[in-house]
Design a protein around this ligand. Structure first.
Ligand code: WTA
Length: 633
């Protein structure tokens, strides 16, 4: 089975077909999977409710398409290669057969501890193969997993548990991240103090530090699987049953549970993986994301494993024990496809070329970028020094909500152009809209990016609140999915993503809603009001700048600023900690009381030459005060 596009004309041909006859196009791909019962209707949709069903009434289990389908031919090939945080800790190479058996044993552990089809299971784990095993075992028993990035705080974790009513948490004693070891079990203990839905916690021993195990609730992973059968018959699910929930920030204060369903996600994660990376059997593929993000779901676990690929999983960080770690791993395993984020590239670029010297990087065939716009300088550094000028660099645009890569070059097949995501994948129909709701056709146009036709990997709902899904994504433009991003189609017809047009900041490729950070800041007892904006940051892409009105009585500015940063760290997690906090006497507001973020964004980015007309503000005098006190670079 291969749905790999081989030539540029092949791409145009497939693209035309996918737009002219989308159902036939996706049927042809879906048919190559193992379905226990084929679907009745390929696509049933409207973007008003919204309702999207792919392969309706098809019955399958996604893990049968990873295991049973590949076991005869790939049983002994490596499915996962795992590299530990410490370079001298032995690696693990897990074949498809071994992964199948480990998953089956863990399926028994889930079922024996009360998990049934449709139950929600939270995964709060380090980057170890057991994280993938946990996801696959949930999928195999028909449970819905929700992976929470293990850097999130106990409050963030408990919000997610409550929102989805999870019955179980899978975690570890601690996590290794570079030179640090983080006691995650303690975070879980705190998170579940007020979450009555949690019945059991299964804990993997990773750091072997002491943890408190609560009788009747907590059990060790190794004990839960001890003596369990290596066979487990996969539970039959419907194509439109939920596969997972993944929480992500939007323009509202609370993260949303983005829901993906089984059949469509399976087809799309496979198809996009094969085509964008042009994976060939036997290649070693490495994506450096964390399984806590959508990239880890689609391009460490599901896409590669559905394709029978070998996926490398790395526990650590790019700079530990030194800034050559990524390059060392590439040479060690002869990695062929390497997929990382612009932030990682920019931070490694800052170390110069010396860390690269001991390594040849000759095995690389394709390099990729994801998560945020890649600036031209980083693009060239990555292309010239990592790809040695002869690897296609795929700049892949997509989102948690899209399930898979939407706009990207296909490596070596379609042209790549610095800082341009370039062309849509077959089956994807992007459009650029003006603010009045008109589609901007032709080249050299700029506006808001929407998608006008469904694709199999798309979001189905936001967990527990379908209205929210409609409001966030399907209301701005009638009959379209609105991405929240701005985009430009250049004179050659290539798409360039310009960044978010809503109140979402992208910090090191992680999405943070400004309202979410403001809510956390406002928890500090001395804070009266706050406004958060993004500003350009050399390494992180965007940094978080917080303007805060405080009751200063009995406090100094310096310690209040530290306390405010710590409050955010405690409530959301270290990734949301503001880079800059400025205590201000007031916030610029319109006469109707709305904060003028446009002005605050300009001040934060050091661009005070043209703030526009401030005379219409309720309190124009605060603007000068803010400029005087700003941490201008
Ligand atoms: C941004 C990550 C420019 C974009 C897969 C999007 C990008 C948000 C790119 C989704 C790219 C992602 N070029 N911007 N190649 N890839 N983005 O949900 O703003 O964590 O809306 O998904 O990241 O972030 P998310």
């Amino acid at each position: 089975m291969s749905h790999k596009i081989q030539t540029l004309s092949g791409y145009f041909h497939e693209y035309q077909k996918s737009v002219a006859q989308p159902e036939e196009f996706w049927e042809r791909i879906a048919e190559s999977f193992h379905w226990r019962k084929l679907w009745d209707k390929t696509l049933d949709w409207n973007f008003d409710e919204p309702k999207v069903k792919w392969f309706a009434n098809g019955k399958l289990n996604i893990t049968e398409n990873i295991f049973e389908r590949h076991l005869y031919t790939k049983g002994d090939s490596p499915a996962i290669i795992w590299e530990a945080n410490e370079p001298n800790e032995p690696n693990r190479i897990i074949t498809y057969r071994e992964l199948y058996e480990l998953t089956n044993q863990f399926c028994h552990a889930l079922v024996d501890n009360g998990i049934r089809k449709g139950d929600r299971v939270i995964i709060y784990m380090p980057m170890v193969p057991e994280a993938a095993i946990a996801m696959l075992a949930c999928a195999r028993v028909g449970a819905i997993h929700s992976v929470v990035f293990a850097g999130f705080s106990s409050t963030s974790l408990s919000d997610r548990i409550i929102d989805c009513g999870a019955k179980m948490v899978l975690t570890s004693d601690g996590n290794y991240r570079g030179s640090k070891s983080i006691p995650v079990k303690a975070v879980v203990d705190e998170a579940i103090l007020n979450t009555p839905s949690i019945e059991k916690v299964i804990v993997l021993k990773r750091t072997f530090e002491e943890v408190v195990m609560k009788a009747d609730r907590d059990l060790w992973w190794h004990e839960a699987v001890a003596g369990k059968s290596k066979d487990f018959t996969a539970v039959e699910t419907d194509s439109e049953d939920m596969l997972f929930i993944l929480y992500t920030s939007g323009s509202t204060g609370k993260p949303k549970g983005v829901v993906h369903s089984i059949g469509g996600y399976m087809v799309y994660s496979y198809y996009s993986f094969m085509n964008v990376f042009q994976y060939s059997q036997g290649d070693i593929y490495w994506c450096t994301a964390d399984v806590g993000w959508i990239t880890g779901h689609s391009y460490i676990v599901y896409g590669p494993l559905l394709s029978g690929a070998t996926t490398l999983m790395f526990e650590g960080v790019p700079t530990y024990p030194n800034a050559g770690r990524f390059w060392e791993i590439i040479d060690k395993y002869k990695v062929n496809q390497f997929y990382t984020a612009p932030t990682a590239i920019r931070s490694l670029q800052a170390f110069g070329l010396e860390p690269l010297e001991p390594y040849s990087l000759q095995s690389l065939k394709v390099i990729g970028s994801v998560g945020e716009p890649i600036n031209e300088e980083a693009w060239h550094w990555y292309h010239d020094h990592i790809g040695k000028g002869n690897c296609p660099l795929v700049d892949t645009w997509w989102q948690t909500e899209t399930g898979g890569i939407m706009i990207s070059a296909l490596a070596g097949i379609t042209p790549n152009k610095p800082a341009h995501a370039s062309l849509p994948l077959p089956g994807i129909q992007p459009v650029i809209m003006d603010t009045e709701g008109n589609e901007l056709t032709g080249n050299n146009v700029e506006g808001n990016l929407c998608i006008k036709f469904p694709w199999p990997g798309m979001i189905r709902t936001t967990y527990g609140d379908h209205e929210k899904c409609k409001k966030e994504y399907f209301s701005a433009y009638k009959g379209m999915y609105f991405t929240g991003d701005g985009a430009k189609r250049d004179h050659d017809g290539y798409l360039r993503i310009l960044g978010r047009v809503d109140d979402v900041i992208n910090v090191s490729g992680h999405r943070m809603g400004t309202a979410e950070v403001e809510n956390a800041i406002n928890e500090h007892p001395k804070v009266v009001e706050s406004a958060v904006v993004g500003y350009p940051h050399e390494v992180k892409g965007q940094g978080i700048y917080a303007y805060v009105i405080c009751d200063m009585e009995g406090r100094t500015e310096a310690n209040l600023i530290e306390e405010i940063k710590d409050t955010v760290k405690k409530i959301i997690g270290p990734i949301a900690k503001p880079d800059m906090v400025q205590i201000v006497p007031g916030l610029p507001k319109t006469r109707s009381g709305k904060i003028m973020r446009r002005i605050l964004r300009k001040i934060a980015s050091g661009d005070i030459s043209n703030l526009g007309d401030t005379s219409t503000l309720l309190n124009p005098e605060v603007v000068d005060d803010i400029i005087k006190g700003a941490n201008l670079k």
